[in-house]
Structure formats: structure tokens, C-alpha cells
Design a protein around this ligand. Structure first.
Ligand code: PLP
Length: 234
């Protein structure tokens, strides 16, 4: 089995290759290491290999991990990104403990995060999650809702609107993977044309990273390819 450090190197190489193929600069693409279901030890190992940003889906698990890291490695200051579904009674803890939230899909949640962001912290970086492939079961604002939502969120003082995020349906071949990512990029371009300053496209996971980079991803969220398969029994 390969180590987290080796996996991080392999992912970094794959990012460079995908960027070059797309005629893009590799440094335009940031790697978010999705550490859900893995412990503080895995975060420490990844940080020793130079990784700084970590994504978490489940609030309680993330808070426990942060507390453990604070005990065993208080010198480490990871940048935490919340990427999971948000219930409104969880917004205060998210506003207090994270630097980024990628999964805002309605104004009420954004308003609470803004109100609850501690004033000694910089504004919370926000991506709006978009339900780009249109399945009823998933979270995310519809593409039609996004322009008005973006206008409103951009005005909230505790937040900084950074861009859009999507989790498309799994697809086998790269052409099929690229279609929803292209839609997300075009939606971001439409927002910019309306004067909304955003710089982030959070898209691409272990199985579809190259397709996302080909369509303009600026942040890829990678779990399995770095930490290995998740075991939800733990
Ligand atoms: C789990 C998760 C990821 C990472 O997925 P992998 O396939 O393990 O790379 C990325 N984004 C979100 C929102 C996730 O929930």
C-alpha cells in the first residue's frame, strides 16, 4: 500500500498533467484533501507532506478531529473547508471553525453563517453548491436560482462569495464527465458577466478530476486518491 505522501505526489502529478493537457497553468488549481472518515493522524501525515487545506462533510466528526489535532499537534493550523450538507442548527459551529464552506445552497443558511461568523475572523469564503445534473435527490441550488442567490450572498458582510461547487452524477467516460463541469463553468462566466466577482470553481473528485480540470476547475476535492478507500463503519 502506498503512503499518503506518495499518494499526494501522484495526485499533484496528475493535476500537472491534466492542466498541461488543457493548456492551463498547474498552479491555478488548488488541491483540497478530503479527510472525512480519516483521523487526525492522517491529517498530520498529509501536512508533513506539504498539504494545507482539508475538506470535511460531517460537522461532529470534523470538530472531534480539530480538537484532537489541537491536543497532539497544536503547532499545525490546517485550513478547514466544510463540504457537506448544512442543517440550519449547525451554522454557528461551521461559522466558528471553518475557513471555507462549499455547500451553501440557500439564502437562509448564508445569512446565518454571515451573522454567526466571529468578528475576529476574516469573512468566511463561500461557494454556492449547484445541482447541475438536475437530480431531485441531491442538494444544491438549481442553475436558475443561482444568479439571484449569488447577488444576495455577495452582499453579506460576514461572507466572501468565492464561486460555485458541484458534485455531478458519476459518469464513465471523460466526455460525459465534462458536460456538467462545462455547465458549471458557463454559469460562473454568466455571473462574472453580471459583475459578480468570483474566482473559484470547486469541482472534480478522485474519479473525475481530469475532466474537471479540463473544464476549468480551480479547486479539486480529492479523498480516496490521497487517503485510500473510506470505511463508513468506523
Ligand atoms: C467525499 C467527497 C469528496 C471526495 O471524494 P473522493 O471520490 O473520495 O475523491 C469530494 N467532495 C465531496 C463533496 C465529498 O463529499
Amino acid at each position: 500500500m502506498s503512503s499518503i505522501a506518495e499518494n499526494l505526489q501522484a495526485v499533484a502529478r496528475a493535476i500537472v498533467a491534466a492542466a498541461r493537457n488543457a493548456g492551463r497553468e498547474p498552479r491555478e488549481i488548488r488541491l483540497l484533501a478530503v479527510s472525512k472518515t480519516f483521523g487526525a493522524d492522517a491529517v498530520i501525515e498529509a501536512m508533513a507532506a506539504g498539504q494545507t487545506a482539508f475538506g470535511e462533510n460531517y460537522l461532529q466528526e470534523a470538530l472531534d478531529k480539530m480538537a484532537e489535532l489541537g491536543r497532539i499537534a497544536p503547532e499545525l493550523q490546517p485550513e478547514w473547508h466544510f463540504i457537506g450538507p448544512i442543517q440550519s442548527n449547525k451554522t454557528r459551529l461551521i461559522a466558528e471553525h471553518f475557513a471555507w464552506v462549499h455547500s451553501v445552497d440557500r439564502f437562509k443558511i448564508a445569512q446565518r453563517l454571515s451573522d454567526q461568523r466571529p468578528s475576529h475572523l476574516p469573512p468566511l469564503n463561500i461557494c454556492l453548491q449547484v445541482n447541475i445534473s438536475g437530480e431531485a435527490s441531491k442538494s444544491g441550488a438549481t442553475p436558475e436560482e443561482v444568479p439571484a442567490l449569488a447577488q444576495q450572498v455577495a452582499l453579506l458582510p460576514g461572507l466572501k462569495l468565492r464561486g460555485l461547487m458541484a458534485i455531478p452524477e458519476p459518469a464513465e467516460d471523460e466526455a460525459a464527465q465534462r458536460a456538467p463541469f462545462r455547465q458549471l463553468r458557463e454559469l460562473a462566466e454568466a455571473l462574472r458577466a453580471q459583475g459578480i466577482a468570483i474566482d473559484t470553481l470547486s469541482m472534480g473528485m478522485s474519479a473525475d478530476m481530469a475532466a474537471a480540470i479540463a473544464e476549468g476547475a480551480t479547486m479539486v476535492r480529492i479523498g480516496t486518491a490521497i487517503f485510500g478507500k473510506r470505511d463508513y463503519a468506523n
